[in-house]
Design a protein around this ligand. Structure first.
Ligand code: UDP
Ligand code: MG
Length: 156
């Protein structure tokens, strides 16, 4: 019985893998770095299963960064994120959440390993080139802010 329950819990992950949300921020998009950034993510084995260029509204920024609304840097963050188009994507693969966080590096590009996306393309702690979900729960909240189910293509 335990084995059957365990198999049922594992099955959706085997079929769907793990998904995360990532978003290239306006300065990096404006500097035409989206292609190089996506190439680095794909080179590590992550699969791009949804992709769009879009501009965040202040209302979307409020929802997206709901846990940061009381931080002193929030107004500047919202202004930066709504200043121009972003490239939003859903990435699928084994350990997609942790893998993407590893590839992008810590929040402050100055503290990031030189090979990470934030070290390569980030300007500052605020303008740090790319967002990635920090957990599976965050990914499940963030993906639907940008994508409907019909816009996500999971078939292999
Ligand atoms: N941020 C900032 N100043 C800070 C911390 C964060 O401007 O002191 C911005 C930065 O753009 C960061 C975003 O707010 O990427 C979200 O912050 P979080 O702590 O979730 O960092 P992340 O998960 O993006 O590394
Ligand atoms: Mg975060």
């Amino acid at each position: 019985m335990k084995t059957i329950i365990a198999a049922l819990l594992v099955l959706p992950n085997l079929l769907l893998g793990e998904m995360t949300f990532s978003m290239i921020k306006p300065t990096a998009v404006q500097e035409q770095k989206a292609g190089e950034i996506i190439a680095q993510l794909q080179a590590s084995g992550l699969r791009v299963v949804a992709l769009k260029i879009t501009k965040m509204t202040p209302e979307q920024a409020d929802i997206f960064y709901k846990d940061l609304k009381d931080k002193p840097f929030f107004p500047e963050l919202s202004k930066m994120m709504t200043s121009g188009p972003v490239v939003a994507m859903v990435l699928d693969g084994d350990n997609a959440v942790a893998k993407t966080r590893e590839l992008i590096g810590p929040t402050d590009p100055k503290e990031a390993k030189p090979t990470t996306i934030r070290a390569r393309f980030g300007k500052s702690k605020g303008d740090n080139a790319i967002h990635a979900s920090d957990s599976v729960v965050s990914a499940e909240r963030e993906i639907p802010i940008f994508f409907s189910g019909e816009e996500i293509f999971l078939s292999k």
